[in-house]
Design a protein around this ligand. Structure first.
Ligand code: 5RP
Length: 220
C-alpha cells in the first residue's frame, strides 16, 4: 500500500468523529487534503462550518463549498483534525513540515478533541528524527539560531518560505527529544520564537494510523 493510500484510510476513519451540525477544525497537509475531500463528499452539507489552520486549507475547503469561519467568531470547536510529521506513543507530535504550525497550534488549543491522522511511518520511539520546525520573527532569525545551537540543535533556515503569518521557519536537526514538554517550553521562551512545532502541552487525543492492515487507533 502506498503512503497516499494509508493516509486516505486514516482520513476516512477520522470522518467517524465528525458530527452533523458541528464546526470542524481543519489542519494542513497532504493527509488533511484527503480528509477535506472526503469531508466535502460525505458531510459537506451536514456540518455547520470549518475553522482552518492555513490559507491552503481554506482555499481547498472553499473550492468544495465548505463555509470557513474565523476562529474569533466561532470560539471553541468540538474536534480538530490534522496530520503530523512524527508522533510518539504519548501522542506528543512534531508538526510544521508544511509551515502551518502556529495556526495549527491555535486551532488545536481551541478544540476539545484533537484527532491526528497519519500513515503508520509517522509513529516513532523518540521524536526528533524529523527536523523540528520553529516559526520565528524574521529579524530574530540569527538570534534564535544561536539559542537553538546552545540546546544542541542544528538549525537551518527554510529559505524562500514565508508563513501565512509573514514569518520565517527554521528546521532543527540533531535533537533527540526525550522530554517534549520541557523542550516545547524551552524553545517557546526564546525571544523571537513565534511557535515551536512540538505539540506536547496540547498533544493529540486520538492518533489514527493508516497501514497495510487497515487503521490502528491510539488514544491518549
Ligand atoms: C503542516 C503539518 C502537517 O500536518 C504535517 O507536515 C504532515 O503533513 P502530511 O500530511 O503532508 O504528511 O504540520 O504544517
Amino acid at each position: 500500500m502506498t503512503p497516499e493510500e494509508k493516509k486516505k484510510l486514516a482520513a476516512e476513519a477520522a470522518l467517524e468523529y465528525v458530527t452533523p451540525g458541528s464546526i470542524v477544525g481543519v489542519g494542513t497537509g497532504s493527509t488533511v487534503n484527503q480528509f477535506i475531500d472526503l469531508l466535502a463528499e460525505n458531510m459537506g452539507d451536514k456540518i455547520k462550518s470549518a475553522v482552518s489552520s492555513s490559507e491552503a486549507s481554506t482555499e481547498r475547503m472553499q473550492q468544495h463549498g465548505i463555509k470557513v469561519e474565523d476562529l474569533n467568531t466561532v470560539g471553541r470547536m468540538s474536534i480538530y483534525v490534522d496530520g503530523a510529521d512524527e508522533s510518539n506513543n504519548q501522542l506528543h507530535l512534531i508538526k510544521g513540515g508544511g509551515g502551518a504550525l502556529t495556526r495549527e497550534k491555535i486551532v488545536a488549543a481551541a478544540s476539545d478533541q484533537f484527532i491526528c491522522i497519519a500513515d503508520d511511518s509517522k509513529l516513532v520511539e523518540t521524536l526528533g528524527e524529523f527536523p523540528l520546525p520553529v516559526e520565528v520573527i524574521p529579524m530574530a532569525r540569527n538570534l534564535v539560531m544561536e539559542e537553538l545551537e546552545k540546546l544542541g540543535g542544528t538549525p537551518r533556515w527554510r529559505e524562500g518560505v514565508i508563513t501565512d503569518n509573514g514569518n520565517h521557519i527554521l528546521d532543527v536537526t540533531n535533537l533527540k527529544i526525550h522530554n517534549a514538554l520541557t523542550m516545547e517550553t524551552q524553545i517557546n521562551q526564546i525571544a523571537g520564537v513565534v511557535t515551536v512545532g512540538l505539540f506536547a502541552h496540547r498533544p493529540a487525543d486520538v492518533l489514527i494510523l493508516g497501514g497495510d492492515n487497515g487503521v490502528r487507533t491510539i488514544t491518549a
